[in-house]
Write a protein that binds this ligand. Structure first.
Ligand SMILES: Cc1ncc(COP(=O)(O)O)c(C=O)c1O
Length: 431
């Protein structure tokens, strides 16, 4: 990675070794994902860029559709909403079934003449389950619509899970109708941050992803990704990791991470306050707490014991949950994790639920997220006690339970507005 940090992926003729590494990586991914011989792919900067390009390509492949839309299960990653926002492709959200998997009949029914893309997850981030890809890809194919499988977080594990004899819903290019797949190397290929692979079933499907511009006096700009000049470091680092580990290494790592997931699931039976929201298909777990235990206090408690467990806010009629992304490195520490979880549950029960001040709730409810001003935000910070010294700026609390509980009572639009205001405050130059 260091050797290639100063190289530039802008021009494959200037740095041919980068092109070779990219083609070898794409080849490895294509073999892993049952891609046909003429499949092609691109290394991008991450899952979000792969998803953005899948949506942009689908839109630009259909210039005849004036107001394009895409059909998504409501569990699709937020990157699709970013793509909708950037590229003007309306997101049609379809409710999932009781098992948190996309509902094939409802997805098929949502396809109309404006649909340029249908997307599914393998697996979804929030619940860790694989959508019924064969049924949905078939429904898209019948209508002549592209079907993208977002395997950003599971795509490098699920094929090995299948080789290990586990039951995996078919989701790769082996499924007719799947036109593109995103799989992040900077997740379960254990590569350095900054790489993902976007594969297309054929060169024709990838073509609209390319951008060229000769309408200026400099070089003809020619890009396969959103970035133009880009460091070759992440690509080289990823190539080094993937070629070093190889199929055997990934099979071993998949066995380890899946054994870790099994051990965590088994151990959860001894913590009655926690329940699995749904049995995991891969390496991600969503846990719900019973009424005796506050999830946001629990995430603080376990953080104080050295474990980062991500809180997921309540959504629709679903309560807040805890998200665990398990890796092969977790296996050696599963007992410690389960002990920390059990201790944290006890501590959270003793502490009792975090209570959001009714005055703050009323304050938030009176705000309009579409017009949230700096003054509104300052008022909220003052009311919630988050603004310490007004000169020093935001005082981040050690414990996040109160903040998370506050965000949890806000509507999704309000959560977005508050967090954008928060991020804006964090980003202030040091002069
Ligand atoms: C299913 C899925 N898609 C897309 C993304 C976005 O990936 P990134 O954070 O690399 O941009 C993620 C990230 O976790 C994901 O889980």
């Amino acid at each position: 990675m260091a050797a290639y940090a100063g190289s530039n992926g802008l021009d494959p003729t200037a740095f041919p070794s980068l092109l070779q590494m990219e083609n070898e990586l794409v080849g490895f991914a294509a073999d892993l994902l049952d891609a046909p011989p003429d499949a092609v792919g691109t290394v991008t900067s991450g899952g979000t860029e792969s998803v953005l390009l899948a949506v942009q390509g689908a839109r630009d492949a259909r210039p005849d559709v004036r107001q394009p839309s895409m059909v998504l299960p409501e569990t699709a990653h937020a990157a699709f909403h970013k793509a909708a926002h950037y590229f003007g492709v309306r997101a049609v959200l379809v409710s999932v079934g009781a098992d948190f998997r996309a509902d094939p009949a409802a997805m098929a029914a949502a396809i109309d003449e404006t649909t340029v893309l249908v997307a599914v997850s393998a697996p979804s981030y929030a619940h860790g389950v694989v959508d019924p890809v064969p049924e949905i890809a078939a429904a898209a194919a019948v209508r002549g619509v592209r079907c993208h499988v977002d395997a950003c977080i599971g795509g490098w594990v699920l094929p090995y899970a299948a080789r290990l004899g586990r039951t995996v819903t078919p989701w790769t290019f082996a499924v007719e109708g799947v036109t593109s797949i995103s799989v992040d190397t900077h997740k379960y290929a254990y590569a350095p941050k900054g790489t993902s692979v976007l594969l297309h079933r054929s060169p024709a499907l990838r073509r609209p992803q390319y951008f060229a511009s000769a309408t200026w006096p400099g070089y003809t700009m020619l890009n396969s990704t959103l970035q133009s000049t880009k460091s070759g470091g992440p690509l080289a680092g990823t190539w080094a990791v993937v070629t070093t580990l190889g199929d055997d290494g990934y099979l071993r790592l998949a066995r380890e991470v899946l054994d870790a997931v099994d051990a965590i699931v088994a151990g959860l039976a001894r913590i009655p306050e926690l329940r699995l929201v749904v049995a995991p298909d891969s390496t991600l777990l969503a846990l719900a707490c019973d009424e005796t235990c506050d999830p946001f206090t629990l995430t603080d408690e376990i953080a104080s014991r050295g474990w980062y467990v991500q809180p997921q806010m309540s959504y629709g009629d679903q309560p807040a949950t805890l998200h665990l992304s398990v890796s092969a490195a977790t296996l050696a520490h599963v007992d410690e994790l389960l002990t920390a979880l059990a201790e944290s549950v006890t501590a959270a029960k003793e502490a009792g639920p975090v209570r959001v001040d009714p005055g703050v709730v009323a304050f938030i409810e009176a705000l309009d997220p579409s017009t949230l001003s700096d003054d509104d935000f300052d008022g909220l910070l003052a009311a919630s006690g988050l603004m310490g010294d007004p000169v020093a700026g935001l005082a981040l609390p050690e414990r996040m339970a109160e903040v998370n509980a506050l965000l949890d009572v806000a509507s999704p639009a309000m959560r977005e507005a508050l967090l954008v205001a928060f991020l804006d405050r964090l980003g202030r130059p040091v002069r």
